[in-house]
Design a protein around this ligand. Structure first.
Ligand code: UD1
Length: 416
């Protein structure tokens, strides 16, 4: 199992490009199930979750090829409507095949995703939305079996702005004639990217990025090409890494408008972030001011950057509070940070962090993608040697993070 060895407390300097967004690419790739015609998706990051998605599409009957960051997808006349458990358990976003397959074939069978390291993560919001469209959903041997004699466009309100449920309904609605209106929809930039792709396929989508999304479905959608948006979470991780380790780093190809809450928090912490031509430059020296955050649906502070932020706050000049309001169990990294000498105290969904002058390297373990990224941030800030175990979690969401960090002068090696 790969691990990272980091010799920290070294300032980062230089410039790196930001990849295409994993969380935008996943639904866009899955939305190609809506058409039999060829699609080309550009700016797709080369990650484990993307490989899992491509395997899933192949299992369902698509022909898929990936060359560098470009994915070509063809075929689909005889798609299967059953997603295999071994892929769904590896990646929960596999549940997104339900929407497009249900709309096209009126039945789909997807294993219930089960729990994971950051919480229960049920799919009740997806299920209720499909029911509102006229489908019936049953549990058969751990699988969710969704069928509909007629799937109907409708007005529906999500009980919480779930990103996955919004995407699932948008895809289902795109392939049935008529207008579906989703209120309390998620407003994440990834929703806007999926909306753009659905429009490129021939559907009409308006309101993406607001809490009311209208989808004008068509009986038949056609092939399209699409370029995935930049990864705001990868960008945010690098911004926070530089803020924590100190340095002067420019990120290229980033969309600052997607990072509002993070940029505001960095500014409060005393970190300078300025726009450059097509990028962001972050300059950080000395210990930050403590800044409390609460994770929220977009445009609030993203839960996927909570762990990196906590790592950053471990060396602040004072105490801060981190409230996790999206996932119920997303603090596995806190105990690992304590191994580096951080002062952290839990209380339900809150962690109080009292900054210490410096973290000291130790052996620590990643438990999910973003917790792993938080530990890398901590390792870069810590003096001495930090070993981060279970790097496969980090590889699910970051394309060779160590190479990019090395380009910025970090001393980080991957060992097998
Ligand atoms: C997506 C992102 C993930 C990010 C999350 C929140 C992808 C592939 N993943 O995950 O990186 O952390 O958004 O920004 O895009 N919930 C229910 N019932 C449901 C659906 C969700 O209770 O049917 C709960 C979840 O357990 C969680 C919260 O709602 O507590 C948010 O989940 P959701 O927005 O659906 O996240 P994902 O789409 O799974």
């Amino acid at each position: 199992m790969d691990r990272f060895v980091i010799e920290g407390a070294k300032r980062l300097k230089g410039s790196v490009p930001v990849n295409g967004s994993k969380n935008a690419a996943l639904p866009v790739l899955i939305a190609t199930l809506l058409t039999d015609e060829p699609c080309v998706i550009e700016n797709v990051p080369r990650l484990r979750d993307i490989r899992t998605t491509l395997r899933l599409l192949e299992t369902l009957g698509k022909r898929v090829s990936m060359e560098r960051h470009r994915v070509s997808i063809e075929g689909g006349r005889r798609l299967l409507t059953r997603a295999p458990y071994d892929l769904v358990k590896e990646m929960r976003a596999s549940v997104l095949v339900a929407g497009p397959l249900l709309a096209r074939f009126r039945k789909v069978r997807v294993p219930q995703p089960g729990g994971c390291a950051i919480g229960l993560r049920p799919v009740d919001i997806h299920v209720r939305a499909f029911q509102a469209m006229g489908a019936s959903c049953e549990n058969e041997g751990g699988d969710l079996v969704i069928t509909a004699r007629r799937l109907q466009p409708c007005r529906l309100r999500l009980r919480f702005p779930s990103v996955g449920a919004t995407e699932n309904v948008m895809m289902a609605a795109a392939a049935i004639r008529g207008t579906t209106v989703i209120s309390n929809a998620a407003r994440e930039p990834e929703i806007e990217d999926l909306a753009d792709f659905l429009c490129e396929l021939g559907a009409g989508v308006t309101g993406a990025g607001t809490s009311e999304v209208r989808v004008e479905g068509r009986d038949r959608l056609h092939g399209a090409s699409h370029r995935v948006i930049p990864d705001r979470i990868e960008a945010g991780t690098f911004l926070i890494a530089c803020a924590a380790a100190g340095g002067d780093v420019t990120l290229r190809g980033v969309e600052p408008a997607h990072l509002g809450a993070v940029l505001a928090a960095l500014k409060k912490a005393g970190v300078s972030v300025t726009r450059t031509d097509g990028g962001l430059r972050v300059v950080s020296r000395g210990r930050p001011r403590p800044v409390s955050i609460r994770t929220e649906p977009h445009p609030g502070f993203p839960t996927d950057l909570q762990a990196p932020w906590m790592a950053f706050m471990c060396v602040a000049r004072g105490a801060s509070r981190i409230c996790e309001d999206i996932f119920e169990r997303r603090f596995m990294h806190a105990a690992e940070l304590a191994r580096l000498g951080a002062w952290v105290a839990f209380e339900g969904n809150r962690v109080t962090v009292r900054g210490v002058p410096a973290l000291q390297g130790a052996s620590i373990m990643a438990s999910d993608i973003r917790a792993g990224a938080g530990l890398v941030v901590a390792g870069l800030a810590a003096s001495g040697k930090t070993e981060v175990q279970r790097v496969y979690h980090i590889d699910r969401g970051y394309e060779r993070i160590e190479r990019k960090l090395r380009r910025l002068g970090a001393r980080i090696r991957r060992l097998g």
